[in-house]
Design a protein around this ligand. Structure first.
Ligand code: NAP
Length: 276
């Protein structure tokens, strides 16, 4: 099957990563369009990837099978209102990566009956190591389902959620979750420094330990609980350390952490929805 034409509207950080990921995967550059208000940015995209570029969003979307909305959430209303005529005429798959903007808000601006996939990537997508959750509305047909999945897979792992409200939980887990790991690593590094290790030594060891833990979990096929038990000898150092974490209710703390982020995600979505 011929590669679908993809238009990235607002090719900034995330849009450029998507384009870079697709090109690295061998996507034909002549099937990719990018729009951005800055000619300098477009020249850079053209130079790096040999794709079509334009400052005009409608021109970018003119032959697109999939239109990716990659502008900031505050610009979604402006851009979708602008794209409404071309999208109503061609009925492409619309993929929105804008955080916190509900499908109903996008549908409202586009005039209705449009196949829309909401994507919630995280910042690690910028280095091709993202974790993205997708939700499709009822207009999305199987081919478009596959199209959305293969586009987002260019920047990392992709999962589907069947209810849009679960995107708020995804935001709390994998979008904000990067920062939880940074904080935990920072706290471990600081503790190791206080116990005598030089800063750089502690930093390198904790980063490699985090990477090792993630790779072991991905590659072993074991559950996280099994892996934990595997590295915990009875009466050993790890058991002693884990008993401190459990005594301070690490599980309850993580539950409260995710609940707080999910609540904030719901509040922000309400604010963006009300602005339409
Ligand atoms: N970055 C992340 O880690 C991340 C993670 C999850 C979701 N997202 C979502 O991804 C989207 C893009 O984020 P980003 O970090 O890539 O933002 P970004 O770097 O600011 O990219 C957006 C680009 O759109 C351009 N733009 C502004 N007005 C436009 C218009 N009317 N038409 C077309 N393009 C226009 C911007 O130009 P100016 O610079 O002049 O404004 C900018 O270059 C956001 O909705 C965000 O919620 C991002």
């Amino acid at each position: 099957m011929a590669s679908p034409v993809i238009a990235v509207i607002g090719a900034g950080n995330m849009g450029t990563s998507l384009i870079g990921g697709l090109i690295n995967d061998g996507y034909p550059p002549d099937k990719l369009w990018a729009s951005n208000p800055h000619q300098e940015k477009l020249s850079q995209l053209q130079h790096n990837f040999h794709i079509h570029t334009t400052t005009d969003n409608t021109t970018a979307a003119q032959s697109a099978d999939s239109v990716i909305l990659a502008v900031k959430p505050s610009l979604i209303a402006t851009v979708t209102n602008e794209l409404r005529p071309i999208i109503q005429r061609r009925k492409p798959l619309v993929i929105s990566i804008a955080a916190g903007i509900r499908e109903t808000t996008i549908q409202h601006h586009l005039g209705g009956n449009i196949a829309i996939v909401r994507a919630m990537p995280n910042t690690a997508a910028l280095i091709g190591c993202g974790a993205t959750a997708l939700h499709a509305n009822r207009h999305v047909i199987p081919d478009q389902h596959n199209m959305a999945e293969s586009i987002l897979r260019a920047v990392g792992t992709v999962v589907w959620v069947d209810r849009e409200e679960l995107i708020d939980t995804v935001t709390a887990l994998s979008s904000s979750g990067l920062a939880y790991f940074f904080l935990i690593m920072e706290a471990m590094q600081n503790a190791a420094e206080e116990l005598g290790l030089p800063q750089e030594t502690a930093r390198l060891l904790i980063l490699q330990t985090a990477l090792g833990a993630a790779r072991m979990a991905i590659e072993s096929g074991m559950t996280l609980a099994m892996l934990r038990q595997h590295v915990t000898s009875p009466n050993g150092t790890t058991e002693k350390a884990l008993s401190v974490l459990e005594a301070h209710d690490i599980r309850g703390l993580m539950k409260k952490t995710l609940q707080a982020a999910k609540l904030r995600s719901e509040e922000l979505a309400t604010i963006f929805g009300a602005e339409r």
